[in-house]
Design a protein around this ligand. Structure first.
Ligand code: FAD
Length: 637
């Protein structure tokens, strides 16, 4: 199969406008004859559902939480980017485009990224109109702060709760459509398979998480907006329920998986404190606006931070990257923190932490000002660590945070299965090998509010309105398979819990496919994951039955998928013999330990095709062409 990204012709800045003019439209009276399934009620899913319903389509929304507004998007703290240039500091659509392409280490598609920058300005207007309480300046204008990888201030925020406020906006819009009867919401319902009829996505099979009831739903198109898969590492900043099941099952039905190994490790998280921890907490990147990152200059210096004089501190990001300082992109900040700890200069009892210090900001701006900006984050830090960050620097360490990989999609956000779309973090995204901070919310809302409503219409306009019913044999077959898998897991009755398997997988992934990787470690990891998969299917222990609320069933299905995905991630990382963004192969680095790309051989999106349960995935390449930016060694010095 030849991958066709369907990038429209014409100059970069005109592609989206031209495309919107050229797409086919569905007559308003016909829209009500079409049904669309949207799996996921986070920012991507909720915005798409509300907008498509507003247009007149009938929409069914599914989520596994008890309320649509508990989607993981609610956790986003720091902000959302937009090229509004309210600060008059030199921002523009082109600059946001350029920063994103460069930040992603030249591994994303130019046309998509430009469109993202273009529609970013509409997102803010849309959200303000919905009543999202963005922070404002004294005079009433919307305020901005800075995020990594940019020298302009373009991040809109609502204190440290931006995701929650944006989701409340999208959720209100969604509820409006529920009240009109245009959206039907299915909470506590997990999608376990996608159903294809005549090669097109025509529905899904779900399991109700309270009753265990397995059923089918049909539609004319299906959107997966099911979030990221960072929990493949067991410990991450993601919500405990975030998983890969929806996109993994779609992959097994023929949707290609794009750049699975591109993972973002966020530099400012509360360090791991023990073996029994199941969750990591993010300290928002916004803190790097004012916090200064440092470690002692001397190895093994165990003095309290206040006792270490200025001259004996190493503000390593400011020293190495004077232009961007503490606001270098996440991959760069994370690698440097790891390097300092590997050199024996880490702090805290484990030595796996660096300081994020607000003493200078408090001296400069006063405690009240710092508290106004970051109060809830400081409170969260104190609750978790028992230390007061106003008095002593925070201890932070990198942690898994976001997955740039996901289902491969074309310019229309359609996967390689006709009629199956992927949006938000679930698609392989516009962020290349490293996402810049505050860009995920922007992308999820761009996909949902502004892209899908056009591109799905184009697809539907070309298909008959006739419905496929769930009596179709394809639905019956998918339901039978889902039931059989659940029963098989229940019947194994082994000795190891699902969590034990998950933790073991997480250790393998973090140690060999985490912040830095090498061929030897990846090869070893692949063997270990294959062994783990075999053991899972012969020794996992679930309890209870299907016909009840049974979290061991939920978790087992997700962990089984994580294990398989882990193997694909390792395969992808092994294949990519270069370093780029968050994918750091130790064999490929500059003399200054920066990521060393190989543009001649690897300027492509790796799109993997499932070829069967026991055979190697097949690699397809979408070659990336750069006509508007010059590929250079990324420098933030
Ligand atoms: C702690 C934290 C802070 C962050 N802060 C920021 C920030 O400040 N700015 C920024 O830009 N980005 C931030 N991010 C990233 C950003 O929050 C996410 O990338 C984004 O919210 C993902 O949105 P989404 O709609 O794609 O998916 P999600 O919000 O994860 O929603 C997924 C939805 O899919 C549903 N679902 C999943 N699987 C199934 C299934 N099988 N069946 C049924 N339903 C399913 C879930 O129920 C949920 O409704 C942060 C991430 C974390 C972890």
């Amino acid at each position: 199969m030849i991958l066709d990204a369907k990038i429209p012709d014409g100059p970069l800045a005109e592609k989206w406008d031209n495309h919107r003019f050229n797409v086919k439209l569905v007559n308003p009276a016909n829209k009500r004859k079409y049904e669309i399934i949207i799996v996921g009620s986070g920012l991507a899913g909720a915005s798409a559902a509300a907008t498509l319903a507003e247009l007149g389509y009938n929409v069914k929304v599914f989520c596994f939480q008890d309320s649509a507004r508990r989607a993981h998007s609610i956790a986003a703290q720091g902000g959302i980017n937009a090229a509004k240039n309210y600060q008059n500091d030199g921002d523009s659509v082109h600059r946001l485009f350029y920063d994103t392409i460069k930040g992603g280490d030249y591994r994303s598609r130019e046309a998509n990224v430009y469109r993202l920058a273009q529609v970013s300005v509409n997102i803010i207007d849309q959200c303000v109109a919905q009543g999202v309480p963005f922070a404002r300046e004294y005079g009433g204008l919307l305020a901005n702060r800075s995020f990594g990888g940019a020298q302009v201030s373009r991040t809109f925020y609502a204190r440290g709760q931006t995701g929650q406020q944006l989701l409340l906006g999208a959720y209100s819009a969604l509820n409006r459509q529920i009240a009109y009867g245009k959206v039907q919401l299915f909470p506590r319902t997990e999608m376990l398979d996608v159903v294809l009829v005549d090669g097109k996505a025509r529905g899904i099979v779900t399991r109700h998480l309270v009753t265990g009831h397995i059923e089918s739903h049909s539609a004319h198109a299906v959107v997966l907006a099911t979030g990221g898969y960072g929990n493949v590492f067991y410990l991450s900043t993601n919500a405990m329920g975030s998983n890969t099941t929806a996109i993994w099952r779609a992959y097994k039905k023929g949707a290609f998986f794009g750049n699975p190994c591109f993972t973002q490790i966020h530099p400012t998280c509360i360090p791991v404190s023990g073996e029994y921890q199941s969750k990591l907490t993010l300290m928002s990147e916004s803190l790097r606006n004012d916090g200064r990152v440092w470690v002692p200059k001397a190895k093994g210096d165990k003095r309290a931070p206040q006792e270490i004089p200025e001259a004996e501190r190493d503000y390593f990001l400011e020293r190495k990257y004077p232009s961007f300082g503490n606001l270098v992109p996440r991959d760069v900040a994370s690698r440097n923190a790891k390097q300092a700890c590997d050199e024996g200069r880490g702090v805290g009892t484990t030595g796996l932490a660096v300081y994020l210090d607000f003493a200078d900001a408090i001296k400069r701006d006063g405690l009240n000002r710092v508290s106004e900006k970051y109060g809830n984050l400081f409170e969260m830090y104190e609750k978790i660590t028992g230390e007061n960050p106003y008095e002593s620097p925070m201890r932070i360490y990198p942690a898994v945070h976001y997955t740039m990989g996901g289902l491969w999609v074309d310019y229309n956000l359609m996967t390689t299965i006709p009629g199956l779309y992927a949006a938000g973090e679930a698609n392989f995204s516009d962020h290349g090998a490293n996402r810049l901070g505050a860009s995920a919310l922007m992308q999820g809302l761009a996909d949902g509010y502004f892209v899908l409503p056009y591109t799905i219409g184009d697809y539907l306009a070309q298909m008959p309105t006739a419905k496929v019913t769930t009596d179709h044999p394809a639905f019956k077959e998918a339901e039978t398979n889902v039931r059989a898998t659940v029963q098989k897991m229940l019947s194994i009755n082994g000795t190891k819990t699902v969590d034990e398997f998950h933790k073991e997988l997480g250790h393998i992934m973090w140690n060999y496919c985490g912040m830095s990787r090498n061929a030897e470690g990846l090869t070893y990891a692949k063997g270990k994951i294959q062994e783990l998969k075999k053991e899972f299917w012969s020794n996992v222990k679930l309890i209870g039955v299907n016909e009840e609320m049974n979290q061991t069933i939920e978790k087992a299905g997700r962990v089984a998928d994580f294990i398989e995905l882990g193997e694909l991630m390792v395969t992808d990382a092994l294949n990519r013999n270069e370093s780029c963004g968050g994918h750091f192969r130790e064999e490929y680095q500059t003399p200054e330990n920066e990521a060393l790309r190989d543009d001649a051989n690897f300027a492509y999106v790796a799109a993997w095709e499932f070829t069967g349960p026991n055979s190697e995935a097949a690699l397809h390449k979408e070659e990336l062409t750069f006509e508007n930016v010059k590929l250079t060694q990324r420098s933030y010095k």
